[in-house]
Design a protein around this ligand. Sequence first.
Ligand code: ASP
Length: 467
Amino acid sequence: MGKKDERFRETLKEEVSEAENVPTNPSEVPTAAEAVDTAQEALQKGLEAMPEEGQKRKRKKMPLASQIFIAMILAIIAGLLLQPHAAFADNYIHPFGTIFLNLIKFIIAPIVLFSIMAGVLSLSDIKKVGIIGGTTIIYYLFTTAFATTIGLIFANIFKPFFPLLSTSGLSYEVTESTSVMDTIVNIFPSNFLTPITQSNMLQVIVMALIIGFAIILLGKKGEPAVKAINLCNDIFMKCMDMILKLSPIGVFCLLCPVIADNGPAIIGSFAIVLLTAYIAYIVHMGVIYSTTVRTLGHMSPLKFFKGMMPAMMFAFSSASSVGTLPLNMDCCEKMGASKEVASFVLPLGATINMDGTAIYQGVCTIFIAACYGITLTPQQMVTIVLTATLASIGTAGVPGAGPIMLAMVLQSVGLPVEGIALVYGIDRIFDMGRTTVNITGDASCTMIVSYLQKRREKKSAARMANV
Ligand code: ASP
C-alpha cells in the first residue's frame, strides 16, 4: 500500500470516528449561539493559519531606533555625495531639519512645565520632592566635575600630538557671559510668561515647582487643578509623540548638511583633538555611568545603554539635549524608571547637567592653551573643573551652547577668549558627541534616583506594616 492510500485510510478513519461522536442526546446538541461561537473560533483559527494573514500579523513596525539609525547612515552617505554641492544641502535639506527642531522647541516649554508640575503633584509631598531634587543635583554636580577632570586628563595625555595652530589674527565675539551670581539671580522669573516665550528652562522649572507646591498645599481644593495639569501633560505628551514620529526625517535633514559642509577634509587637522574628546566621552560613559548605574541603580549597564540607544542616536544627530528630552523620557520609562521621577529629573538634567560639554571644555582649554604656548598649572586646572561645573548649570541644552560656556572657562584662567575661534569651525562635530553624553548622564541619574525612591518607598511600607 502506497503512502497516499495510507493517508486516505487515516483520514477516512478520522471522519468515521467524528461521525460516531455526533451527539445523539438532545442535551448535548449545541445551541445556535454555541454553534456560531464555534464557527467564529474556527474561522479565527483558519485566518491565523493562513500564511499571508499570519505574516501580516507578524509584520511589526520597525522600531524608532532602527529608523533613526538608518536615517543616520543615509545622511552620511548623502552628505558625502553632496559634498561638491554643500550649498544645496544647506539651502534645501537643512530647512526641513530646522522645521523639525522648531516643532521640538515649540513643545519643549509646555512639556517641561507640565511634566515637572505633574511630577511634583504625583510625588504629592514637598519633602519627597526635596529629597529627589537634592539627590539629583548632587549627582549632576559630581558627575560633571568628574567629566571635566576626565577631559583634562585625556587632553594632557594627547597634548604632545595636538597641532599647534597659529593664533595671530583670531577673533571671537563673546555673545553672552554671565557671572555665577547672575546665573543664580537668573533662575528666578520676574514675569509669568517670559520664561515660556523665551524657553528659559531654569525659570520654567522654578515656576513649575512653585505652582506644584501651591497645589499640594491647597489639599482637597486643589484636586481639579491636579486633574487639569495631568490632562495638559497627556495632551502635550501626545503632541510630542506625533512630532517624534518625524524624527528619522529630522535626523536625516540635520545630519546630511553637516557632513556635506564639513566632510572628512575639515576633520583632518583637528582629528587628534576630536579623537581626544570622543575618547573622553566614551570613557566617561563607559566608566562613570556604568559604575553608577550598576552600584547605585542596581541595573545592568548593558541593558542601560541598549535601552538608551534611540535617545543617544537622536541626541547625536540633533545636538540638542532639550530636543531629546521627550525621547529620553520614553527610553527611561521603558527601562523601568518611574514616571514621576523621570518627569522631574530629566527636564532638570536637560537644563543643568552637561557632562559632555564639561569634557569638551577640558579638552579645548588645554588645546587652546597649547596653541598659545601656555602650560596650565594644577591650580588653574582645579579652577577649570569648578568653573565648567558651574557654567553648565546656566546654559540650556541647545545646539552650540558649549562655546558660550567655554568663554567663561577660558576667562576664569586668564586665557584669551579669541582662542575659541580655533575650534569654532568644527563645533558641531564636538557638539554631537557632547550632547549624547549629556543626555545619557541625565538618564543614568533618572534610573538611579528612581531605584532609590522605589527602595525608600518599600522600606517605609515595610516599616508601616511592622508598626
Ligand atoms: N548641544 C548641547 C546640548 O544640547 C549643549 C552644548 O552645546 O554643549 O546638550
